[in-house]
Design a protein around this ligand. Structure first.
Ligand code: ROI
Length: 167
C-alpha cells in the first residue's frame, strides 16, 4: 500500500540552495517511492538561536510504500550524506529533512512524531506546503487554510517557481 507523505527540507550552511537541489535529487532516488511535487524554494529568517544564517526551505510530496520508520531511516541517511552533524538543538544545519505528514496517520513513537510537532506554527513549513497541497487537512482535523490564517508572513521570501516533477 502506498501513501502520500510530505517532507520539509531546510538548510542554512554550505550553500543552502545547492544542498536543497541535491536533496531533491536524493528524494528522487528513494526506494519504493516517487517524487510527486516540490514547492518553490524560500529564503527564511532563522527560528531559534540568533546569529545563524538565513535558511532555504521547501516542501516535497512523495508517494511511498516505505513504512514511516524506513522512510525516516532513508531521510536520515540522506542528511548524513550531506554532512549533517547533530549538535545543538535548534542550531545551524547543512540539511534537515523532516517528515511532516505520512498519509493520514498519527504516529507517536520514540523516534518519530507525525504530524510533525512544530509544523502548525512554522511559516517556513506551512507556506511551501500550501503551494503543493493547498486543500489538505491534517489528521488532527486542522485544515491547512485555517493554520495559515494564524501565521506571520514576515521573514519569508519566495525564490523560485514551483517545480512539479513528471510522473
Ligand atoms: N528556521 C528556519 N527558518 N528554517 C528551518 O528549516 C529551521 N529549522 C530548524 C530551526 C533551527 C528550528 N530553525 C529553522 O530546525
Amino acid at each position: 500500500m502506498s501513501v502520500t507523505a510530505y517532507i520539509a527540507l531546510g538548510s542554512n550552511l554550505d550553500e543552502p540552495e545547492q544542498q536543497l537541489y541535491s536533496a531533491v535529487a536524493a528524494l528522487k532516488n528513494l526506494p519504493e517511492s516517487r517524487l510527486l511535487a516540490i514547492s518553490p524554494f524560500y529564503r527564511t529568517d532563522p527560528v531559534g538561536p540568533a546569529g545563524q544564517p538565513d535558511y532555504i526551505n521547501a516542501v516535497a510530496a512523495i508517494e511511498t510504500s516505505l513504512t514511516p520508520i524506513a522512510l525516516l531511516d532513508a531521510l536520515q541517511a540522506i542528511e548524513k550524506g550531506h554532512g549533517r552533524v547533530r549538535t545543538v538543538r535548534w542550531g545551524a544545519r547543512v540539511l534537515d529533512l523532516d517528515i511532516l505528514l505520512y498519509g493520514h496517520e498519527i504516529i507517536e513513537s520514540e523516534r518519530l512524531t507525525v504530524p510533525h510537532r512544530d509544523m502548525s506554527w512554522r511559516n517556513f513549513v506551512l507556506i511551501p506546503l500550501a503551494d503543493i497541497a493547498p486543500d489538505i487537512t491534517l489528521p488532527t482535523g486542522q485544515s491547512l487554510k485555517k493554520l495559515l490564517q494564524n501565521i506571520d508572513r514576515k521573514g519569508i521570501e519566495r525564490l523560485s517557481d514551483s517545480l512539479v516533477t513528471e510522473a
